[in-house]
Design a binder for this molecule. Structure first.
Ligand SMILES: [Zn+2]
Length: 168
């Protein structure tokens, strides 16, 4: 389904990138298999999942079939709060791998989820100068060219103005 010569534009917003290759196997769209599919399905619904171990109580990410802390296999999916703190980041100005090249600069980051696990992701809606270690973030979801939805993070709105996290 390569849209060559798309003149109509029935959907209002057309990305500038021609061709639209799915770019499987990049950091943005890692392999999806039967085990990780629930995680991706949840992301498509706007929910971030982590795995939590019933034996030791700790959560982990990326999803594994056993607990990386105690090796128990008694682990299950759990919906994360979507809140995180910025641990470290790197603003990428050049990346030859599609689709990243068209996107530079972007902010690759590692965040600490409120549930504990550390997660590689991307920071959006935040200027480089405004990035701070430990700044509060909230998850957002971005649909990639191939239709895969990936969680990214953006600065959390002023917490005092929110009575409770919206879990919808
Ligand atoms: Zn465990």
């Amino acid at each position: 389904m390569s849209a060559g010569g798309n003149g109509g534009g029935s959907t209002g917003r057309t990305a500038a990138a021609p061709g639209g290759t799915a770019a499987a196997g990049t950091a943005a769209t890692p392999d999806i298999d039967d085990f990780t599919r629930p995680w991706w399905d949840a992301a498509a619904e706007g929910r971030l999942l982590v795995r939590r171990c019933a034996a030791c109580g700790r959560a982990h990410h990326y999803p594994r079939e056993f607990c990386p802390h105690c090796w128990s296999e008694d682990v299950a999916w759990e919906q994360a709060s979507g809140r995180a703190a910025l641990y470290t980041w790197s603003v990428v100005h050049r990346n030859d791998l599609p689709p990243f090249g068209a996107r530079t600069p972007y902010t690759a980051a590692v965040v600490d989820l409120a549930e504990g696990p550390r997660m590689m992701t991307e920071i959006v809606e935040c200027a480089e100068a405004d990035l701070r270690i430990g700044m509060e973030l909230e998850v957002a979801f971005r649909e990639e060219d191939g239709g895969v939805v990936v969680p990214v993070f953006r600065p959390a709105p002023d917490v005092s103005r929110r009575a409770r996290p919206s879990g919808a």
